[in-house]
Write a protein that binds this ligand. Structure first.
Ligand SMILES: NC(=O)c1ccc[n+]([C@@H]2O[C@H](COP(=O)([O-])OP(=O)(O)OC[C@H]3O[C@@H](n4cnc5c(N)ncnc54)[C@H](OP(=O)(O)O)[C@@H]3O)[C@@H](O)[C@H]2O)c1
Length: 312
């Protein structure tokens, strides 16, 4: 059990502990191998929800850490994601994720991005964002996210994905998805930090029963050093990261902080209860500024404009 955090209920009825460990820690083989150690310390600290993705390369180390921990599989929630360049063979990709994890189901399977992309043969996992862009073969019209969702619905019906959801979707793309979806996404994982509070999207998802998960939830050093964050962290006698995680939880958003450090891992699940005024003050820092997945000088991110994403 996590300390100081609530659980969040999905529209499937499943309960996820309210802070998940982010499982991306770098693309090199050494970084990926090393991740098993910090997954183990996180399990020991009490984390029970883990957010990985096929593209992070950490499904294998996560599965191995869970087995080594001795914690029963059913006590842990595993989230993983379909890479955008594997939309033409979703079932195969999903089964590879299960093989990597060494388990026969995942608790939540997400479309990592709304768009579909094709890479040149033999160039499966990009090493960094710039190489990703350079190595793109094409942005595909087909399959669309509506097509991809229909395949995820089948995975859900098979019982191998206990819940299905999306990532990097906006109100605009969620509305377009709803036109063909038989199943409402259980979750939408998006970038949210005090500088990118996404009030409208959070409210929309609440109304539709879609759990919002916040990635890059701290906003990194830029937000941690904001004077308001520093002042309020002092007021509650916690670190900036703890304050920000408490803000997410108070808004009904499940944050996905990554930490490889055992002490910071503990901090991130030991949260103060914030007053409504302080929650509102932190939300007031919003400037719609994305720290991680932001547009380039041409207003484009991974081939899509902000308008295509519905982020404008
Ligand atoms: N769906 C998507 O498209 C998408 C995109 C990006 C990320 N994600 C998910 O979001 C997760 C987190 O993303 P992120 O790493 O960008 O964001 P983050 O968790 O907000 O930031 C991680 C950074 O904060 C540091 N940190 C963690 N706890 C701290 C604390 N208590 N005090 C001070 N520093 C602390 C970490 O260092 P240490 O490790 O040294 O503690 C690391 O440098 C990823 O692992 C992934 O699961 C999803």
């Amino acid at each position: 059990m996590t300390t100081g955090v609530p659980t969040f209920k999905l529209n499937t009825g499943a309960e996820f502990s309210g802070v998940a460990l982010g499982c991306y820690g770098g693309f090199t083989p050494e970084e990926i191998a090393q991740s098993k150690n910090w997954f183990l310390t996180a399990l020991k600290a009490g984390y029970r929800t883990f957010d990985t993705a096929q593209i992070y390369g950490t499904e294998g180390t996560l599965g191995a850490a869970i087995k080594e921990s001795g914690i029963p599989r059913e006590e842990v929630k595993i989230v993983t994601k379909l890479p955008w360049h594997r939309c033409q063979y979703i079932e195969r990709s999903f089964n590879e994720s299960l093989t990597n994890l060494g388990f026969d189901y995942v608790d939540l399977y997400l479309l990592h991005f709304p768009q579909a992309v094709s890479y040149p043969t033999g160039y499966d996992i990009p090493t960094d964002a710039e190489t990703t862009i350079k190595s793109l073969r094409a942005f595909l019209e087909k399959p669309s996210f509506n097509d991809n969702w229909a395949v995820l619905e089948k995975l859900y019906e098979s019982g191998k994905a206990k819940a299905i959801g999306v990532s990097n979707f906006s109100i605009k793309t969620l509305e377009a998805l709803a036109k063909t979806a038989k199943i409402t996404p259980a979750a939408n994982q998006v970038e949210i930090s005090p500088y990118c509070a996404q009030e409208d999207l959070v409210e929309y998802c609440k109304q539709k029963g879609i759990l919002v998960m916040a990635y890059s939830p701290s906003g990194h050093e830029k937000v941690r050093k904001d004077p308001t964050i520093v002042r309020l962290a002092e007021k509650y006698n916690v670190s900036a990261n703890q304050l920000i995680m408490a803000w997410h939880v108070a808004r009904g958003v499940l944050p996905v902080p990554k930490s490889a450090d055992p002490e910071r891992q503990k901090q991130n699940i030991t949260l103060p209860k914030l007053s409504p005024e302080d929650v509102a003050e932190i939300t007031g820092l919003d400037k719609n500024e994305r720290i991680v997945n932001k547009p380039d000088e041409n207003g484009v991110l991974y081939g899509w404009t902000m308008e295509q994403y519905g982020w404008a």
